[in-house]
Design a binder for this molecule. Structure first.
Ligand code: NAD
Ligand code: ZN
Ligand code: ZN
Length: 376
């Protein structure tokens, strides 16, 4: 590679400040250092967590940054000490590390690797040091990735090698939202055959959860959203019933209790709204109901203790509980062999230059996932 060891100048969408459009800029991407990999990003989608950082978060730290954490690409070059990757490998860079050595990586119970950026630089959303600069200043890498750039540098413990024949403009979806929702159902909730489930919020995360409930053998899946345009897709992924909480003059938990003889076995909150989290918990059946919190917000939430005293379990999940280095190659294979859907999540395709249109579509509930072509 002619570029190996050199600074690369390329295009990226920079978020200079919150609540403002992203700006397409020429940036510099430094060469990979010890244990790092430089990746040419081919495609990336947009997850609601980007919208949260840009518009909804309470604090304005973490700017200027390059957003994007559902990307896929090809290794351009590797730094010293990288033995498992080589130029040309197809990869998915992810926002959760799997170092393989820490207490958490060694436990089968969790994917919360101690060396993830979450534990260190959550304020700045970059780990350990950004290799991006633009107009003479460092630019952060959102969630340690920053896939709205033609090139990124990231530590090898955050990079997953995938099959050579995997279509990058589709498997990029597995980098966050779809895997999160799917794993929330099959791993965190542990949905069982014949069970009754309710999924709140029908973006890619919620639809991934619906798909997980279906694949785990749920007999009835209620898909809940205030945007009825999402209902048709929910049925494609396996929803048997669709509900709009706004169409009832009583709480949705009561509606579900009436329809299910006392509540659902599993509920999954895929919105990022504390009122919905509470409703999802209250929708579970007493005795054994399990509610999983998937949506992200920085607001506090509350519930009546009786909800848990009566035998329900309230859990949360990061990235669906998947240890990503182990699991993403399998999920890619599941897609290639037809066990899971990915194409059906894609409602739009655009170029990086149209990033602000893609953000607008998600903000206004008009898309599930928009795939951006990052490098041509
Ligand atoms: P999205 O914006 O595409 O979908 C959210 C859906 O929720 C929309 O269909 C919207 O209409 C619906 N909704 C909004 N208010 C509602 C309400 N009151 N009741 C029912 N439905 C409502 O978002 P997404 O990309 O699917 O992400 C969903 C959430 O998951 C976000 O909070 C995101 O930050 C979070 N997330 C968490 C993880 C994790 O690891 N836990 C990973 C990825 C995303
Ligand atoms: Zn670890
Ligand atoms: Zn995400």
């Amino acid at each position: 590679m002619a570029t190996a060891g050199k600074v690369i100048k390329c295009r990226a969408a920079v978020a200079w400040k919150p609540n403002a459009p992203l700006v397409i800029e020429e940036i510099e991407v430094g060469p990979p250092q010890e244990g790092e990999i430089r990746i040419k990003i081919v495609a990336s989608s947009l997850c609601h967590t980007e919208l949260f950082h840009l518009f909804e978060g309470k604090d304005n730290r973490g700017f200027p940054t390059i957003l994007g954490h559902e990307g896929a690409g090809v290794v351009e070059s590797v730094g010293p000490g990288v033995a498992d990757f080589k130029t040309g490998d197809k990869v998915i860079p992810v926002s959760a590390a799997q170092c393989g050595e820490c207490r958490f990586c060694k436990s089968p119970k969790t994917n919360l690797c101690e060396r993830s950026w979450l534990n260190y630089h959550v304020d700045l959303m970059s780990y350990p040091t950004t290799r991006f600069t633009c107009r003479g200043q460092p630019i952060l890498q959102f969630t340690g990735t920053g896939t709205f750039s033609e090139y990124i540098v990231i530590r090898q413990m955050y990079v997953v090698k995938i099959a050579d024949d995997a279509p990058l403009d589709r498997v990029c979806l597995l980098g966050c939202g779809v895997s999160t929702g799917y794993g929330a159902a099959v791993n965190t909730a542990g949905v069982t055959p014949g069970s009754v489930c309710a999924v709140f919020g029908l973006g890619a995360v919620g639809l991934g959860a619906v798909m997980g409930c279906k694949n785990a053998g749920a007999s009835r899946i209620f898909a809940v959203d205030i945007n009825e345009k999402k209902f048709e897709k929910a049925k494609v992924f396996g929803a048997t019933d669709v509900l709009n909480p706004k169409a009832y003059d009583k709480p949705i938990s009561e509606v579900l209790a009436e329809l299910t003889n006392g509540g659902v076995d599993f509920s999954l909150e895929c919105v990022g709204n504390t009122e919905v989290s509470r409703a999802a918990l209250e929708s579970c059946v007493k005795g054994w109901g399990v509610s999983v919190l998937v949506g992200y917000t920085d607001a506090d939430f509350s519930a009546k203790p009786i909800q848990l005293i009566s035998g329900k379990t309230w859990k949360g999940t990061l990235l669906g509980g998947f240890k990503l280095k182990d699991s993403l190659p399998k999920l890619v294979n599941d897609y290639m062999t037809g066990k899971i859907m990915l194409d059906e999540f894609i409602t739009h395709k655009m170029d990086l230059e149209q990033i602000n249109d893609a953000i607008h579509l998600m903000k206004t509930g008009q898309c599930i996932r928009c795939i951006l072509t990052i490098s041509k």
